[in-house]
Design a protein around this ligand. Structure first.
Ligand code: UGA
Length: 456
């Protein structure tokens, strides 16, 4: 099939590369010429494992352009995967979606095209995009559209860092439209994934036990709400274990054992029960805020989702409290933060807990040093006020430090030669914000090892 993907961010690029890999002729449109040039050269503008390798393999079926006229007219499916950043009122900023929809409409003609909202958009946006497309189509073509297109929603559930595996081997695919023909087209587009009938990339073998992938083929509003319901549930699962973690510390329980013993109940499930400094990233914060904002338009409160956000926010301040408990004074202390990305295997810094923690420590007068094995360059560009605290070498973070906070569970940090650092630290204190280090080994080496689980 012929596919056009508007927007080459995480979602757009992963979708494009995966669809091209599966055999669809895919054109990626992005107005950012620099990004397009990078992609044409076979390089990825973002850090995502396997993406560049797959891009290379699928390059012959990929076209990168800044011109809608190249991708849209022949496409069976146009995905809109532009950014929807959060506004101050919690709602997403839909201006990029609007302009993408208007540009798409200008180039739609002739055969039936499914226009798919891939960006996470508020419930009701499908109808809104449909109206925008109709208006723009009429303005541009001088007559009303007559069955040339229909709008569908196809929320994505990929995680940064595992985006390609999540796309090729998903738990489910959700498609929603009030037009049956578009559901049929999307069903056909995803057939290789639904049937798992493609030959897996050598770098990403099919996980054992993967069979046919369930398809949820539903109406537009349901598909849109599924995305929010899923993200909010995952977010509250994490906040829940963090809340339990607080009581675990008081009663002397081991939160990892508690999480394991709880998650083995098939009704609960073991994933997203890792305690620590909480969630960050571009999705959970934005989507929970948007869900609350949408609910408020219907005079509905969302107390559970609101509480999940509060708990998550508190985890960041708790880092400072934990250090205060141990060091008694924060002012003047040298505190190193290991990990700046919101999670490992990405250089994404959006809503990263490490950034809030760094700022909170600075407010309390600490001297901070920061390190990330992958996200440092991006950090320098995106966080100019904190960039001066970046250390080039991980040794510099430990040197003379009163405490180290592990904010991202990069394997790089797990694999450090921790024995090397105790002699150069002022006090060998480690606050493992992600439960990712070997506590017993660190204790043997003379570290004071803390987690977010505060004892009584
Ligand atoms: C999340 C969802 O997991 C995806 O399904 C969804 O498609 C995506 O949002 C989206 O809406 O685009 P992502 O934000 O990339 O994906 O990353 P996650 O792996 O979900 O991690 C989010 C945050 O939660 C990270 O900061 C991670 O460290 C934290 N986390 C995760 C925990 O603190 N504990 C856990 O047990 C799991």
């Amino acid at each position: 099939m012929k596919v056009c993907v508007v927007g080459t961010g995480y979602v757009g690029l992963t979708t494009s590369v995966s669809l091209a890999f599966l055999g669809h002729d895919t054109t990626c449109v992005d107005l950012d010429k620099q990004k397009i040039d990078t992609l044409r050269a076979g390089r990825c503008p973002i850090y995502e494992p396997h993406l560049e390798a797959l891009l290379e393999q699928a390059l012959s079926r990929l076209t990168f352009t800044t011109d809608y006229a190249i991708g849209v007219p022949d496409a069976d499916v146009v995905f809109i995967a532009v950014q929807t950043p959060q506004l101050d009122n919690g709602n997403p900023d839909l201006r990029y979606l609007r302009s993408a929809a208007e540009s798409v409409a200008q180039h739609l003609h002739g055969d039936f095209t499914v226009v798919v909202n891939k960006s996470t958009v508020p419930i009701g946006s499908g109808n809104w995009v449909d109206a925008l497309l109709r208006e723009a189509y009429e303005r541009h073509h001088g007559h009303r559209p007559n069955g040339q297109f229909a709008v569908a929603s196809n929320p994505e559930f990929l995680r940064e860092g595992t985006a390609l595996a999540d796309t090729l081997y998903p738990d489910r695919i959700v498609i929603g439209s009030d037009n049956q023909a578009s559901l049929d087209v999307l069903n056909q587009l995803y057939r290789p994934i639904l049937n798992q009938s493609f030959t897996p990339p050598t770098t990403l073998p099919r996980p054992a036990g993967i069979g046919a992938v369930p398809l949820v083929s539903t109406d537009l509003a349901s598909a849109e709400l599924i995305k929010y319901a899923a993200n909010a549930f995952l977010a509250l699962k994490i906040s829940y274990i963090n809340e339990i973690s607080a009581i675990a510390g008081k009663v002397g329980a081991d939160i990892r054992e508690v999480a394991r013993g709880t998650g083995l109940d098939a009704r609960i499930g073991p994933r997203f029960l890792s305690p620590g400094i909480g969630w960050g990233g571009s999705c959970f914060g934005k989507d929970t805020a948007a869900l609350i904002a949408t609910a408020s338009e219907y005079h509905l409160a969302m107390p559970i989702v609101t509480a999940a956000r509060d708990v998550n926010h508190r985890q960041r301040t708790k880092v400072v409290d934990r250090l205060l408990d141990e060091l008694h004074i924060i002012k003047g202390r040298k505190i190193g933060i290991l990990g700046l990305a919101f999670k490992p295997d990405t250089d994404d810094l959006r809503d990263s807990p490490a950034i809030d923690i760094a700022n909170l420590l600075l407010e309390r007068g600490a001297r901070i040093t920061l390190h990330d094995p992958v996200a440092a360059d991006r950090f320098r560009r995106e966080q100019p006020t904190l960039a001066e605290y970046l250390a080039d070498r991980v040794e510099d973070v430990f040197d003379d430090a009163d405490a180290i906070v592990v904010a991202t569970e990069w394997s790089h940090y797990r694999d450090l030669d921790w024995a090397k650092f105790t002699p150069i630290m002022r006090s060998p204190l480690v606050l493992d914000g992600r439960h990712c280090l070997d506590a017993d080994r660190l204790a043997e080496l003379g570290y004071r090892y803390l987690t977010m689980t505060a004892p009584a």
